[in-house]
Design a protein around this ligand. Structure first.
Ligand code: PMP
Length: 285
């Protein structure tokens, strides 16, 4: 039996967990979400995820019909009921159902949905051997159009780039920003290692400020690996010594080839390996 799904304070089986086809989350992608992980029954950086969810909601003038503490309690309860000790959590808040037409003021009852399930984004072998990825021609949303800092239900921008990757036989794709600089991947942040320095696009490169990304930057400080948020170009990636991606679902995953060119010696690099090991230790702490 699949774990019970939370909708607005009630629990449903997967088959019965349904919301209205008039919900603007479905009709217009009007809503926000979070993807989190549990390790040994504990949600990794739950407060940070809840803070980001409420910020995303605030940015689109969506009032979440419960306090942060109530949301935290609901997530914890749903995790407990799932019986899964290592899981993926999808927390969704929709605008609610309304009339046909964009006007968010003509909607009511935002739907708060919490799904706890298993996730395996990439095969185990890619964590050992590294991913091959491409640079997509689809650029990341212009921050003045739809800020990538909002984790909204409108992921078509990323899906268009993901399709390019898949059609080239790759499971991830790099997205540049409107200035032609490296932003992030379709569902992950990106890091490189160059001459012993860890580099990642800065928040103003038009990225979602990943919670895993922040954990890696903190780890780098602890491990005394020099790390910097900066502007990166595609050139910087192609001449990097190492590259890896981070995300709640992906965790830390190496990249060994970009646009058919090997990165460094084409093998998973030592700093990447070290951070993968240290990240594993951090999440179970
Ligand atoms: N960028 C994008 C576009 C994402 O969707 C995600 C989350 N899947 C990330 C980065 C990584 O963020 P986090 O580490 O908070 O999961």
């Amino acid at each position: 039996m699949s774990p019970p799904i939370y909708i607005n304070g009630k629990y449903f089986s997967k088959e019965d967990a349904k919301i209205s086809v008039y919900d603007h989350g479905l009709l217009y992608g009007d809503g926000v979400f979070e993807g989190m992980r549990t390790y040994s029954n504990k949600v990794f950086r739950l407060v940070e995820h809840i803070d980001r969810l409420y910020e995303s909601a605030r940015a689109i003038l969506l009032t979440i019909p419960m306090t942060k503490q109530e949301m935290i309690d609901a997530v914890k309860k749903t995790v407990e009921l799932s019986g899964l000790s290592d899981s993926y959590i999808r927390l969704v808040v929709t605008r609610g159902s309304g009339s046909l037409g964009l006007d968010p003021n003509r909607t009511s009852d935002p739907q708060v949905i919490i799904i706890v399930d298993l996730i395996a984004l990439y095969d185990r072998k890619y964590y050992d051997e590294g991913l091959k990825i491409i640079t997509a021609s689809t650029i990341r949303n212009h921050p003045a159009a739809l800020s990538p800092r909002i984790k909204s239900l409108n992921y078509l921008n990323n899906i268009m780039a993901k399709l390019e990757g898949l059609q080239a036989g790759c499971m991830e794709a790099i997205m540049l920003n409107h200035k032609g600089e490296v932003a992030e991947c379709t569902g992950d942040n990106i890091f490189i290692v160059k001459k012993g320095q860890l580099l990642t696009p800065s928040a103003d490169s038009g990225i979602l400020e990943g919670i895993t990304r922040n954990a890696i930057l903190e780890l780098a400080t602890t491990l005394q690996i020099p790390a910097r948020e900066t502007t990166l170009t595609r050139h910087d990636l192609l001449v990097a010594d190492e590259c890896f991606l981070t995300g709640s679902a992906a965790e830390v995953i190496p990249v060994v080839c970009i646009d058919s060119r090997p990165i460094g010696d084409g093998k998973v690099g030592p700093t990447t390996k070290q951070l993968m090991i240290e990240f594993k230790k951090l999440v179970v702490r």
